[in-house]
Design a protein around this ligand. Structure first.
Ligand code: SF4
Length: 424
């Protein structure tokens, strides 16, 4: 029997948090056409859903998962949404005491936009940059580093936690080592590095992943780059086949595994599981942990011993590096192919997307995207409910016939950049 990790004491979901994160798609439009894109062929024809519906979905996320839930504000590329609306969405998430991450390819995430978003309460920015984007003038991952640097600078000193996403496919697998070295070099600015394994879903033209790409082989490449092992079995998020997570400390360019002592980390996590690790209120988090531990002196002793061992190990580098320490987390994510969804993994999913019907596993949503995005959406007006149509953005008195058919089967007819699917 496969060990799913779901019932392990190392499992975080249901202990520290109720969900890993929830995607909130605020547009289906994108300014790229990646070879591995999870959007559907119909996405570009879909109008941006009304902001009232976005707010309703944010309320639903709050009601379902509670305060301090991480919301990925995504799309398409969310920066294509009207700027004032994007800002209003971030403000609304902040007003509900939840965290927002802007998921963007970075092209329109200018310094001025990120500054305004940070002021509005944005918590994190995640830049997705890789060779599937086929950006003009770039040939490999290395040639995209200049762009990555530009994005890092755009987000610098704004109080945002910076993440990078990379889709791993057969033509860039061999570049993971150099890529990790690049992120390590910029660990003072980058907090999290996520590798998303190629999945056969959406409109992308590349389909099944190469046999060499697995969560384990990707992790091996990360470790080779860091020249040390990183324990990815201490923090389990959802199903073991979905996620790996490890955290490194970088001192004087040398990497130390923060989770090397598995038993100690598990005990610490169990003892502090009720405390929210709030990235925006680090002092409050530290205070909550300190208060918790002072009531359990045995843990203070364990932490003291662990800290001494770590300091001893890193002392020379600490001196040479003048005490500077950076942390860098690694997070490979193993999305499923649309035709190979595993119910057990869907049931344990820690990464949902909020639809008009409620939260749905991201893998399932990507596999059935059209069935969600082509549905009319009920919108409450002052006295009545009307139905907003995703293809012409008009409000109708009644549900159009489209809802009674399978949206995947509509005839498509491209007309000068617009798509005319049917007559209402
Ligand atoms: S989105 Fe898919 S791969 Fe990710 S946690 Fe959910 S089921 Fe697993």
């Amino acid at each position: 029997m496969i060990d799913t990790g779901c019932w392990s004491p190392k499992q975080q979901m249901g202990r520290r948090w109720s969900i890993g994160c929830v995607a909130l798609e605020i547009t289906q439009r994108c300014n790229l056409d990646c070879t591995l894109c999870y959007l559907s062929e119909h996405s570009e024809a879909v109008a941006d859903i009304p902001i009232e519906e976005i707010f309703r979905r944010i309320d639903n996320i709050y009601n379902q998962y509670g305060p301090r839930t991480d919301i990925q504000v995504t799309g398409g590329d969310p920066t294509l949404r009207k700027r004032s609306e994007l800002l209003a969405i971030i403000r609304y998430i902040k007003s509900k005491d939840m965290h927002s991450t802007l998921m963007t390819n970075g092209i329109r995430a200018t310094r001025s936009l990120l500054t305004e978003l940070a002021d509005a309460g944005l918590t994190d920015v995640a830049f997705h940059v890789d060779t599937t984007q086929e950006i003009k003038g770039t040939t490999d991952e290395k040639s995209l580093n200049e762009r990555r640097l530009k994005y890092i600078n755009n987000a610098k000193d704004l109080g945002l936690s910076v993440m990078f996403n990379t889709t791993v496919h057969k033509y860039n697998f061999h570049e993971i080592i150099d890529l990790v070295k690049f992120f390590k070099q910029h660990a003072n600015s980058v907090r999290t590095v996520s590798f998303q394994l190629q999945a056969d879903t959406g409109r992308g033209v590349a389909d099944k992943r190469d046999i060499v790409i697995t969560a384990d082989t990707v992790w091996n490449e990360i470790e080779q780059a860091l020249q040390t092992t990183l324990n990815n079995k201490v923090i389990i998020a959802g199903h073991k086949q979905c996620n790996r997570y490890g955290m490194s400390l970088i001192v004087n360019n040398k990497v130390y595994d923060l989770f090397a002592e598995s038993d100690f980390i598990t005990k610490l996590h169990t003892a502090t599981a009720h405390i929210t690790l709030d990235r925006q209120r680090r002092w409050k988090t530290a205070k909550d942990i300190a208060v918790c531990l002072f009531t359990r002196p045995i843990y203070l002793l364990l932490i003291g011993k662990w800290a001494i061992r770590l300091l001893n190990l890193a002392k020379l580098d600490l001196i040479k590096g003048k005490g500077q320490i950076n942390s860098l987390s690694f997070f490979p994510h193993n999305f499923m192919d649309a035709c190979q969804l595993d119910q057990e993994r869907l049931d344990a999913c820690v990464f949902k997307t909020m639809t008009q019907y409620g939260p749905v596993s991201m893998c399932e949503y990507n596999a059935k995207r059209d069935e969600f995005i082509l549905q009319p959406i009920p919108i409450k007006t002052e006295q009545e409910i009307k139905f907003w149509h995703p293809l012409d953005a008009k409000l109708y008195e009644n549900i159009p016939d489209i809802q009674r058919q399978n949206p995947c089967q509509y005839p498509l007819k491209k007309l000068k950049g617009k798509v005319d699917y049917f007559t209402l």
